[in-house]
Write a protein that binds this ligand. Sequence first.
Ligand SMILES: NC(=O)C1=CN([C@@H]2O[C@H](COP(=O)(O)OP(=O)(O)OC[C@H]3O[C@@H](n4cnc5c(N)ncnc54)[C@H](O)[C@@H]3O)[C@@H](O)[C@H]2O)C=CC1
Ligand SMILES: O=C(O)[C@@H]1CCC=N1
Length: 259
Amino acid sequence: MNIGIIGIGNIGSMLLETLQNKEHTFHIINRTRSKLKKYEKIGNIKICKSIKDVYKNSKYVFVSVKPQHIDEVFKEISELEEDGNYIISTAAGKEINEISEKSKKNNVVRIMPTVISKIGKGVTAIAFHETIVRDEKKEIIELLKPLGKVLELEEEKFDAFTILNSSGPAFVAFILESFIEGAINIGLHADTAKDIVLKTFEGSIRFLEKEEIDLSELKYRVSSPGGVTIKGLYELEQKGTKGAIMKAVYESYLKNKEL
Ligand SMILES: NC(=O)C1=CN([C@@H]2O[C@H](COP(=O)(O)OP(=O)(O)OC[C@H]3O[C@@H](n4cnc5c(N)ncnc54)[C@H](O)[C@@H]3O)[C@@H](O)[C@H]2O)C=CC1
Ligand SMILES: O=C(O)[C@@H]1CCC=N1
């Protein structure tokens, strides 16, 4: 399969490296040429000089540039003839109808990926232009399988999905970091703290899945009456931590809707 990728940043490089497979030939381009250097000597990766070269040579063309740069890419594509190729946009907040209008193409697919897919464990949401039929959808979903789970989702749910799934890893990193720094403050070395915190989070998730219990049930199993855990939970409640996190999710959601 001939696959194009316009924009080899965080997501473009994740797509290139995760979908890498000897049966595919990749045609890639990036504005900052230095980011392409490491792919120069790989046989099935062709570095292109123009968006036209990428589009003309690829059946599936991922567009993974920032939302503020996407219009110029679609403008260039709009001047090219559609010949059985499909645009697959990864841009947050950009709807299929808008992409279709700007690129003057019908074969438009929208995905919402995550950097986590680099290890094949992420979830990728997907939505298709109304003219794309079942067999075409099946082939595209199959192409994306190395990314992990591929979830067909109504476009109106993309904004919420983006914040939870695609911004999500950054929120997780922030919360983990808070615990690690809390641990350093009570005398642990950073490496030890990181190891314990990661294992505690991972173990708690596995435990919740296996025991099939509610989150509050886990809180009450751990919190001894008048003990140490409830003291910390009380502090979090007094500081409005849950409200702050809910507000963070909401603000990200509003920002995504503005794009
Ligand atoms: N970073 C993430 O975790 C996620 C990002 N997204 C979306 O994916 C898209 C890409 O995000 P990132 O990879 O984080 O951005 P990035 O800034 O890391 O990568 C974008 C790349 O596109 C290149 N570029 C810009 N204009 C170009 C042009 N005209 N021709 C060729 N290359 C061009 C830039 O040089 C850059 O390397 C965005 O639209 C974003 O909303 C979606 C889900 C998750
Ligand atoms: O922060 C952003 O705008 C992009 C979209 C979702 C994750 N990263």
